[in-house]
Design a protein around this ligand. Structure first.
Ligand SMILES: Nc1ncnc2c1ncn2[C@@H]1O[C@H](COP(=O)(O)OP(=O)(O)OP(=O)(O)O)[C@@H](O)[C@H]1O
Ligand SMILES: [Mg+2]
Length: 231
């Protein structure tokens, strides 16, 4: 089974701007694919469609679930989406409860959920911020906090939009190392060579609303057109 299948996906924003112009993309389970592309090429718009927040024309199946009105809830549960602007991601006014909300039923009972949430916070070195308002955290702390919440749901497909944004070198390296320990299929929108070097198994190139190339990491890094998109 494919972790993600997107076929001929089209999307225009209400103002008429065409952002996706026939996207085709398939991800096998366990792939970690960096999505490289210039500003405005459609990366975020593609993520919003995969997660069901926008409803462009075309075919999308996530973890074998075909997108339809009926399957939307299941798809949204399967997909974990880290926004590039993570302040939109928090629901509760304290971090621990925000992550607890994400912990599914695999941890039955309040105490078990709390313990599980605390473990995620520890993994991101955030346990001392457990009772703070997520919106009062620094940019990098907030990014890690949002990711803890996304991962606590144990998504089958992770969409990470510019995950290095706002992180310092140490936390960027920690994040990359942590992502590599996850079995989860990932699509990572990024402009950073570091992400490709450390995390990707493959690179997809997005250009003007289409995927114009899909390469194994080693091959991607030998291509000037790919390397030119990264810094
Ligand atoms: N809410 C919106 N309304 C109208 N047009 C939009 C909206 N959001 C994005 N666009 C347009 O859609 C196109 C794709 O934008 P998108 O945000 O998906 O690009 P991106 O690849 O994520 O870029 P970046 O690297 O800057 O994050 C761009 O031309 C952008 O101007
Ligand atoms: Mg974007």
């Amino acid at each position: 089974m494919k972790a993600l299948v997107v076929r001929n996906l089209m999307y225009s924003y209400p103002d008429g701007r065409k952002a996706l112009d026939g996207v085709n993309l398939e991800l096998d389970e366990g792939m970690r694919v960096c999505l490289a592309g210039k500003n405005g090429s459609g990366k975020t718009t593609l993520f919003l469609n995969i997660d069901g927040l926008l409803d462009g024309d075309g075919f999308i199946a996530v973890g074998g679930i075909e997108r339809s009105a009926r399957t939307m809830t299941r798809i949204r549960r399967y997909v974990g989406f880290l926004f590039s602007e993570v302040e939109h991601q928090f629901i509760m006014t304290d971090l621990l409860n925000d992550v607890i909300l994400s912990v599914g039923d695999e941890a039955p009972g309040v105490e078990a959920k709390k313990e599980c949430a605390m473990e995620w916070l520890e993994r991101f070195d955030l346990e001392r911020h457990a009772d703070r308002n997520p919106l009062d955290l620094s940019t990098g702390e907030m990014k890690r906090a949002a990711l803890a919440g996304v991962l606590a749901r144990r998504p089958g497909l992770l969409l990470l939009d510019e995950p290095l944004g706002g992180l310092d070198r140490e936390n960027g390296e920690k994040l990359a190392a942590m992502l590599c320990t996850l079995p989860t299929t990932m699509l990572i929108a990024t402009h950073r060579r570091f992400m490709v070097d450390e995390v990707a198994t493959h690179v997809a190139v997005m250009e003007e609303g289409r995927i114009n190339g899909f390469y194994e990491k080693k091959k991607a890094l030998r291509r000037k057109d790919v390397v030119d998109l990264l810094f």
